[in-house]
Design a protein around this ligand. Structure first.
Ligand SMILES: CSCCC(=O)C(=O)COP(=O)(O)O
Ligand SMILES: [Mg+2]
Length: 232
């Protein structure tokens, strides 16, 4: 049975949920979060990592402003993603929002899980943020569908070495893993590492269909309902 490895934003959940709900929430909550929890070792570690990138010791205010700028630019920076995950934990905990998931994705994930198909996540969002998201979806707790979780600590999503590392950690032949994503450059990197690939091309996220050369030769679907992992 093939293992499914899935991206989140633009694949299982809409880009607008991430851009219009999660990112603004993190942007607003960051200053208060750093003021209250900035001395906790797990928070300090990431704040210091950002400060180092800014050239050394600097005030938390500057670090927060930098992080907010990175949110605006959609930087997939590991420190930002780790801190965002901690901020979102508060939001999910207080039920300030739930995680949008496409109904076709929720249905397929639940069905594949019932059928015993192994599944894993690879997203730029931190592993704790991934677990929170799938633990609090509109369709309920889907976190149990997954037995593997990968974030940018294995490397960037457009680098084939990251997929080679995931293959190594999963301990499976690369050709037995099907990677699902909305970003062709990520699929290119996965294919280079030997994985099978499927392009999610949803109208809500990509108003102009990506067909022909724009698919880079990856099988293209508009819904999880059209994916048969055994036939990719
Ligand atoms: C899992 S948390 C929210 C998503 C996020 O922060 C992000 O950057 C999504 O990137 P993806 O790799 O899932 O496209
Ligand atoms: Mg994506």
């Amino acid at each position: 049975m093939k293992t499914v490895l899935t991206d989140i934003e633009g694949t299982t959940s809409s880009i607008s949920f991430v851009k219009d709900v999660l990112f603004p929430y993190a942007r607003r909550a960051l200053p208060g979060f750093v003021a209250v929890r900035g001395q906790e070792p797990e928070v300090r570690r990431w704040l210091d990592a950002v400060a180092t990138e800014l050239g050394g010791a600097c005030q938390d205010d500057l670090v927060v402003e930098t992080l907010q700028g990175w949110i605006d630019q959609d930087r997939k920076h590991t420190a930002l993603k780790a801190l965002q995950g901690m901020v979102w934990a508060d939001g999910y905990g207080r039920a300030d929002f739930t995680a949008q998931i496409y109904p076709d994705a929720a249905a397929a994930l639940q069905r594949w899980h019932r059928e015993g198909r192994p599944m894993a996540v690879y997203s730029s969002g931190s592993v704790p943020a991934q677990k929170l998201l799938f633990g609090h979806t509109d369709a309920g707790d889907l976190s149990r569908c997954f037995s593997g979780w990968f974030d940018t600590e294995v490397g960037g999503k457009r680098e084939s070495a990251s997929y080679a590392e995931i293959v190594r950690r999963l301990g499976l032949p690369a050709g037995d893993i099907v990677f699902l994503s909305d970003v062709v450059e990520e699929l290119d990197a996965a294919r280079e590492a030997g994985l099978r690939t499927v392009l999610l091309d949803r109208r809500e996220d990509y108003p102009r269909p990506r067909t022909g050369a724009a698919t880079h030769g990856h099988p293209r679907v508009e819904s999880f309902a059209d994916i048969d992992p055994e036939r990719v």
